[in-house]
Design a protein around this ligand. Structure first.
Ligand code: VGL
Ligand code: ZN
Length: 206
């Protein structure tokens, strides 16, 4: 029996300055998750954090295509929402949010670093084929249950939690440890998709 079998791993998705107030792609209330995320990480034996980590001129940037942010276009691998330039490798905006305590994080997983492919999910890039390696890492370490929090609820948290289920992990999302971008009702749609996939929606409380 694996030592971790009963202990969930906390996966904190993209808690980065560009998704916070004043950042390049601010998620409304993004900064407000910091206290809840710090409490969650203090209460988990195992913590992993993901970091959106794009090349300059990344395919997910509207500016790369001479388009406006938040439009959707077709790329070789399918449809892609275009974003303001954000989380460029090595920039201050790609750094973790002020006040976050990530001392006990055991793995920092960078994603979205391939110039031509976005990666909302921590498991598989947006071509839905290229693995990040996280599934194998978690399985090899014997984890079976994942608790998610972070940014943004309706994009990277949603896609990560759905892929976690698809890879056979039990998954819960701490809603008050997340904030949503909420493009055209995407926050409500995310809630419905999570429930349908057997993802538990929980609250950490005050
Ligand atoms: C995210 C849009 C673009 C996220 C990342 O972390 O949810 N959203 N890049
Ligand atoms: Zn991104």
């Amino acid at each position: 029996m694996n030592a971790h079998a009963d202990h969930p791993v906390l996966v904190i998705i993209d808690p980065q300055k560009d998704f916070c107030h004043g950042g390049a792609l601010p998620v409304p209330g993004g900064d407000e998750i910091v206290p809840a995320v710090n409490r969650l990480s203090a209460h988990h034996d195992h913590v992993i954090v993901t970091q959106d980590w794009h090349t300059p001129g990344h395919a997910s940037f509207a500016s790369t295509h001479g388009r406006q942010p938040y439009e959707t276009i077709e790329l070789a691998y399918g449809s892609q929402v275009l974003w303001p330039d954000h989380c460029v490798q090595g920039t201050d905006g790609a750094a973790f949010c002020d006040g976050l305590d990530l001392r006990n994080a055991e793995l920092v997983l960078r994603k979205g670093f391939r110039p031509g492919i976005d990666s909302y999910s921590a498991f598989r890039e947006n071509d839905r084929k290229t693995p990040t390696g996280l599934g194998g890492y978690l399985r090899e370490r014997g984890f079976t249950r994942i608790v998610f929090c972070g940014l943004a609820f309706d994009f990277c948290v949603l896609w990560s939690a759905l892929d976690a289920r698809a890879e056979g992990f039990a998954a819960a999302v701490v809603e008050d440890g997340c904030r949503a971008i909420d493009l055209e009702g995407s926050a409500d749609a995310a809630r419905r998709e999570m429930s349908a996939a057997g993802i538990e929606l929980v609250r950490a409380g005050p």
